[in-house]
Ligand binder design. Structure first.
Ligand code: GTP
Ligand code: MG
Length: 197
């Protein structure tokens, strides 16, 4: 797929205020700083489209982007940011989990995993929550440029092993770098196959 046009639509705190659910939609979630917003920029080829930052906690709202005037990509605030108050954590839970469970045109959620790290409990717990709620998801291992192929594959295998303890089947998996564009075509082709269905 080629993204010819990508534009910001709106930022909201409640799924009820999101655009009419008349187009298919895909959302990016994962730990703060894992690279959700950067991946949206890489996939669309527009550097400043989604706001990114070296500091975790940059994305705070449900951000809609319309792609090729046909479907939505959604940038969500991340989880697992240490410097967050209990109150903010509860707000995140309500906003993101309501969106994920109640947004009717959400086709698939992409859970981004930092490829540099060993499997993190917080990611596994979040994935299990998606499973318990019957929310379809795929995995994207990010920041591939930051480590060697061997290290990247090792961490990927460890993650798969960890997931296999609770999951009989693993979801589709992708490896990306927003720095080099690695994995762009694979992710776009996968999105294309879902948009067409
Ligand atoms: P929150 O909005 O805080 O949840 O974070 P996020 O997941 O949207 O992360 P963001 O895209 O803002 O990126 C966080 C930091 O990681 C930024 O400094 C990015 O430049 C960097 N980054 C993101 N993806 C990559 C990547 O593939 N490679 C490298 N080297 N850096 C990356
Ligand atoms: Mg972000």
């Amino acid at each position: 797929m080629i993204i010819k046009k990508a534009a910001f639509v709106q930022s909201k705190t409640n799924y009820k205020d999101c655009p009419l659910p008349d187009k298919c939609e895909f959302a990016f979630i994962g730990r703060s700083n894992v690279g959700k917003s950067s991946l949206i920029n890489m996939l669309t080829g527009q550097k400043g489209l989604a706001k990114t930052s070296a500091k975790p906690g940059k994305t705070q709202l449900i951000n809609h982007f319309i792609i090729n005037e046909k479907w939505y990509l959604v940038d969500l605030p991340g989880y697992g940011w240490a410097k967050v108050s209990k109150e903010s954590k509860a707000k995140w839970e309500k906003m993101v989990k309501d969106y994920l469970t109640l947004r009717e045109n959400l086709f698939c959620v992409f859970v981004l995993i930092d490829n540099r790290l060993e499997p993190q409990v917080i990611d596994i717990e979040f994935i299990n929550w998606l499973g318990e709620n019957g929310i379809p998801f795929s995995l994207i291992f990010t920041k591939y440029d930051k480590l060697s192929k061997t290290q990247a594959n090792n961490n990927l295998l460890k993650f798969e092993n960890e997931m296999s303890k609770t999951w009989q089947e693993l979801p589709p998996r992708f490896v990306t770098s927003s720095e080099t564009g690695f994995g762009k075509e694979e992710v776009l082709n996968y999105l294309d196959s879902m948009v067409k269905n």
